[in-house]
Design a protein around this ligand. Sequence first.
Ligand SMILES: C[S@@+](CC[C@H](N)C(=O)[O-])C[C@H]1O[C@@H](n2cnc3c(N)ncnc32)[C@H](O)[C@@H]1O
Length: 831
Amino acid sequence: MGRNWKRNQKNKYNRGGKKPKPADPSKYGEHKDPYKLISGGNYKLEAYYAYQDIHQQVFDSQSNDFLECRSDEQKEEERVKWLESMKSILPASFRIGRDVDVVLRDRLKKELESYVGKKMEIEVTPKGGERRNRELDLKSEFKMIAPAKNVTFIPHAYQLNLDRQTIRRNPSLNPFHEWLKVQTEAGFITRQETVSMIPPVVLNPERHHTVLDMCAAPGSKTSQLLEVLNLPANPNDKEPTGVVVANDSDNKRAYMLVHQLRRINSPALFVTNCDAQFFPLIRSKEHPSEGAFDRVLCDVPCSGDGTSRKNPGVWKTWNALNAFGLHALQLSIALKGASLTRVGGYVCYSTCSMNPIENESVVAELLRASEGSLELVDKRCDLPGLIARPGMSTWKVLSEDKSRRELKDKMKKKNSKMQARRREWEVKNKKENEVTGDSEQAGVDNEDMEDAEKVSDTDGESRVPITSAYKPTSYDSVELKKMAKMAGLNEYTSFDEVPIALQKRIRKSCFPPTDEETASFNLKHCMRILPQDMNTGGFFVALLKKVAPMSSRARKAFQQLENDLEEKTELPEREDGPKPKRAKVEQVAVANENDAKDCQEVSATSDCNQPPLNSENRSSATPGNVKKHYLSDKDGNKHPSLGRDDFIPLSKEIFEPLKEYYGLSSDSFDANQYMGRACGDSKVLYFITKTIRKLIDDGLQTRLTVVTSGVKGFVRNNKECDVGFRVSQEGVHFVAPHMTKRKVGVDLEDFEKCLQTETILLETFSDEFASEVRSLSMGSFVVYLNGFEDDYIKKFVVVMWRCRGDAVNCLVNKAELNGMKSKVRSVMGKA
Ligand SMILES: C[S@@+](CC[C@H](N)C(=O)[O-])C[C@H]1O[C@@H](n2cnc3c(N)ncnc32)[C@H](O)[C@@H]1O
């Protein structure tokens, strides 16, 4: 009762029951101003990176290469550039989908050009609200904004010179913001950080490939991969052939991913929910000891210190110990990713951290354990215009004076207020983000809390003033070490120096390679992107090719490491972002696949930190020896729909009436590509690619939780009709080519008339179309634009409903209708 009373009082005040105290401008000291999170810097972080020598190189635009700095002044200049960039707000970026029709894409590019293609002047009001600005006497300023830039190394990507919040709030940018929203909703545009677009481009999947995205949520990289796989390999192809398995251990984020990817409408999507390090081995036919995936992406959880430009909490919470906990988790995910890759395939490892403990040391250990089966690949020449520093071949292992517990307590205390503000902000922005589809680091982004006075632009006109105290007196390593020590950072030069009590955390693999290893590893092929180089976030990417099957010694080394890490992995701390966590697991025994309907919980052994199934017994599970784990979220809530229902084949009784009603061709229609969910009555018949069907038949579902797969082909009718299911708009492009009944081809005029949310009278259409529809019984039917019947990329097919009276309804949602109208205008050359 007490809690409710308090809540009511709080709500009362929120509703205006009590007038809030006016803000005291004198209290807006440097550290008290909630909008000045990034003005102060972080001595420890800066000392750490200066001692890691990240300011030693300078980009030389003439040779297009990085050169060693010649003097301390040059190093200091580099450091200041880095710091200024780290503290300025990140410019927004987006890309037009690879699977968007060429004509439409050109039109979108022209429209973009008209909005932000020229230098423009905008009025910028300081962030933080009118009241605060009045009290602090902060005035609006006029700013010159440079034109949007084409990102040369990412197909159809653009980097703006405006941050997201300015785009959202500045009245003069309203038309552009609206345009961005509509195109995003229609699925033509994805708003994503520039550097985050690199890993899928580097992986370069082909259309028929089997791809695994191990840590996929919220799905911006998955969408890039799917877009490539969505394209037909041959002009006559009626559907994609490959698969993207998108996995994430956090079920809420896995759902977010499903939501984000729905707009791509791809039957090649397979979403799973398990700890990536326990992902079951899917064996290749040629080399049964190796994995079968053509491409694997390990975009692992990390400290995110490269994201300070949109997540300024990093400045407050950063500590050197976090990286060690993350290193173990990252390494175990990377090891699993490498095992799952086929010989000749590629695995990409990426983080949004600049820390070598999370980056090069993980890659070095992978190379060490693989004994020549993996090789680093340099992709720079395939990415024109990319400015990426070489990977480090040596680094320092720096730990903290304070214990992890002490750091954690301090951090918690410092951040409780920030967390409260953040939650408030998240609730407020959730809806908007959903609409804009701005998925990158969703839930982590913190723009509203960023510095109130600055807006980013590439000309660097408005950087946050640097007020942090760290400034090396010289770049001599003794001096840098001394300053790092002053920040509480201790260096261990070898593993033997690490106290036994800390050896669980600071692993041997954290240390740099020997000279001999350095010569063979080629760590320079890794790509380090620092924020100042291209006005982006900080990022790390490494591409490895599996050049040969692993030797039995290497396999043993991998297994040993996996077991070792499983025991030792500590969950990392991250106060300002989603905490990577182990999934809670419940074991459910299922007699066999056919009995899945009667699935019955047998035990509920849920221990958050100790998954009961280890990598060994998970991967050895077979359809006859089914062990299934269900996940619940961190609060212990079970999600009844999440993964409880396996995908199962559909009975003849379901398909026979559909075949008859829609005239599904027995020559081309493959009922095996449709599946329902096991328990209860199937409300949806999902359409999947043949490759996914094979994964299911091979028993993958018995080894992990499947969140969803493919697209909805048919959905249960809730209106009166002769047949139980109507065609779903989500998958109509894959169903329509096989329909011989209830399908009408129309000209452009009639097609455009169909694109309405209201009921449409048949008399408004051409006589030909109206009479064809009048001959149909009540129920769903399909309308396609003549000439585009089989084109699943342009998607000029809509699901309609023949009503009881002389009318029809279009069963397409408003966002999709808008997209379709825009496409019609472009592709048909209409203004
Ligand atoms: C850097 S984010 C991935 C971003 C994503 N690739 C994208 O581009 O949208 C890391 C993700 O890893 C997930 N994660 C954390 N621990 C994991 C684990 N053990 N296995 C799989 N996913 C994990 C987190 O839930 C988070 O969604």
